[in-house]
Write a protein that binds this ligand. Structure first.
Ligand code: B12
Ligand code: SF4
Length: 515
């Protein structure tokens, strides 16, 4: 049977990282089936185009996975495919929380023939076999013979053939500058970020997060060997093709078991499997100096830290008191001393937030080593304790907010400010953080670091705007570059200086060998 796995985009911002679920399910598909993957972020399509593709390719089953914010689009695409007579199975965090919505059992229309609840590693082969026999069930649940929930073990873990996968569709380097970077610049043809999971589960249970409910508080890990082999495969590919591959360890809390994380990082170093990597680690786990040393030595470059708020009352409200704002600066300095930087994430609209929250947060950020801050509104995701609490308090203003995706729009009444005020605080935080003045300050703050570090920060700052400010056209990019001419000139000067130094060095060597 020919299967299509489809991941819709959100239509506003774009992801440049492949979605792991598709590659994982393909690797777990029983032999004899042919699996095609389409990510809407890389290949934008409308419903008609998808249906046409399904018809032309004689697809027998379409699998659609989506987060809550993409679910309305996912339903529209599923409806179109089902109308063309091809069965649809849906999976992922949203339908796991609300299977009845997808199955039309809550009074709305039916969008899927079947839903896969939770982790589908073990149910997927069954789904494929049932679909091939034309006997899809409504619901597939990961349970054992006695009907008890069973979380898939990550040992063994399937081999994802990253060495043969088309990476071009996720290349960060725009087509028009690729030949330039290859010939004159970094010498590389592509820059890709690849997701790798080394483990699943986080027991912390923050109130707004779906992870503890979805993956459970039982933490599972792959073997070090399997992770190291995946890294080696990617490293070899990058070397062979003159590309750059960075890794995003997508574990929700990569250092949740510090002993095991250290052992994995030691094995990565011993196998010479280092690639530049990013991971999500909560601030409390970054107190450990040895861990941070190993992060640096194994290729760790950026750590995503869910700081959420600089206000301990807010943190207590969302069950995240293990975050201690008083130690944020020390944690960030500990990282920066090793040339590791943080993507710090903040939520506005928490119950103790008041107007001025952006200015207060930005004031703190300015005292830290350079970070890449991201800001978002508190979003009540279905299935979370937050959603239940706000619902019980009658504070959900758009209880089915996912049915009309509105980029960064509030769906509840905050306590101490209005939704419009939260919105304007978010605008303020993003615009100030990524203004040309801030970019210039960061380039200056890093003047004792190498050219590569400064350039990386600057380029990332230009791209990070896109998380909040929708995709830009060529004109907007040109304006942005003009506005940032000050840091650009500084970087070009440094680059020219470095080039001259290199040339001089070469001439000296040539003169010596001629003597
Ligand atoms: C990596 C990641 C991202 C990446 C993007 C995705 C990518 N390219 O990989 C980035 C960093 C860009 C990102 C952004 C966001 N993310 Co995110 N992200 C993750 C993260 C950490 C890992 C995803 C992953 O690959 N997991 C591993 C795979 C194997 O698990 P999985 O996707 O769940 O798939 C399994 C099952 O769900 C199932 N399955 C999934 N799809 C399908 C489809 C079919 C047909 C079947 C049968 C089965 C199936 O099978 C898989 C194997 O078991 C998850 C948390 C997590 N641990 O999952 C959050 C998570 C998915 N993100 C979340 C959120 C909220 C966001 C943001 C909205 C955050 C924000 N406020 O901006 C944005 C939205 C981005 C957008 N596109 O609009 C939530 C989603 C909750 C929800 N109900 O939607 C999660 C669960 C984290 C959380 N805190 O709750 N994210
Ligand atoms: S620490 Fe992160 S992954 Fe774990 S429950 Fe809290 S927000 Fe979710």
């Amino acid at each position: 049977m020919r299967i299509l796995l489809y991941n819709p985009d959100n239509g506003i911002t774009r992801n440049f990282m492949p979605h792991l679920w598709m590659f994982l399910l393909r690797a777990l598909t029983p032999p004899g089936n042919d699996v095609i993957l389409i990510d809407g972020n890389a290949k934008p399509m409308n419903e008609q185009e998808l249906v046409q593709f399904v018809r032309e390719q004689e697809i027998g089953l379409v699998g659609i996975g989506a987060m809550t914010r993409m679910i309305a689009k996912a339903y529209r695409f599923a409806d179109a495919v089902r109308a063309a007579g091809v069965p649809v199975v849906m999976g992922g965090p949203h339908v796991t929380e609300l299977p009845n919505e997808a199955l039309g059992r809550d009074g709305g229309p039916r969008h899927a023939d079947a839903v896969a609840l939770g982790e589908a590693d073990e149910t997927w082969p069954r789904i494929v076999e049932d679909a091939a026999r034309g006997q899809l069930k409504d619901v597939y649940e990961p349970v054992d013979e006695t009907g008890k929930e069973r979380k898939p073990s990550m040992q063994p873990y399937p081999i994802i053939p990253w060495d043969t996968i088309d990476l071009d569709q996720f290349n960060w380097i725009p087509k028009m500058v690729r030949s330039l970077t290859e010939r004159y610049g970094t010498g590389v043809r592509y820059f890709n970020t690849i997701p790798i999971e080394s483990g699943r589960g986080c027991p912390y249970g923050c109130e707004f997060c779906t992870v503890t409910g979805f993956f459970g508080d039982s933490i599972r890990f792959r073997t070090n060997e399997s992770v190291v082999n995946e890294l080696l495969m990617l490293k070899q590919r990058a070397r062979k093709e003159r590309g750059q591959i960075a890794i995003f360890f997508i574990d929700d809390n990569f250092a949740i078991n510090i002993k095991r994380t250290k052992s994995l990082l030691r094995d990565i170093i011993a196998a010479d499997a280092q690639l530049a990597w990013t991971a999500q680690i909560s601030a409390n786990l970054l107190r450990d100096e040895e861990l941070v040393d190993l992060i640096a030595a194994s290729g760790g470059k950026w750590i995503f830290i869910g700081m959420e708020s600089i206000d301990p009352v807010n943190l207590a409200d969302v069950n995240k008191s293990f975050n201690k704002p008083g130690e944020y600066a020390a944690v960030l300095e500990r990282l920066a001393r090793r040339n590791i930087y943080a993507i710090t994430s903040f939520i506005f609209g928490l119950d103790n937030d008041k107007p001025g929250v952006a200015a207060r947060t930005l004031q703190q950020i300015e005292q830290w080593p350079p970070v890449m801050p991201v800001f978002g509104p508190l979003i009540p995701l279905p299935g979370t304790p937050l959603y239940a609490r706000l619902g019980a308090e009658g504070r959900l203003t758009r209880p089915k907010h996912w049915m009309k995706f509105d980029h960064n729009k509030m769906a509840h009444l905050p306590l101490n400010m209005t939704a419009a005020e939260v919105q304007s605080e978010l605008d303020d935080a993003w615009r100030t953080s990524y203004s040309p003045q801030s970019n210039d300050r960061v380039v200056d703050a890093l003047q004792n670091r190498g050219m590569d570090d400064r350039l990386m920060h600057f380029l990332m700052r230009l791209f990070f705007r896109g998380i909040y400010i929708p995709q830009m056209n060529k004109r907007a990019w040109a304006r942005l570059i003009a506005q940032n001419r000050k840091p650009i000139i500084k970087l070009v000067k440094q680059g020219v200086g470095k080039y001259r130094e290199l040339q001089k060095g070469r001439q000296v060597i040539a003169a010596r060998s001629a003597m």
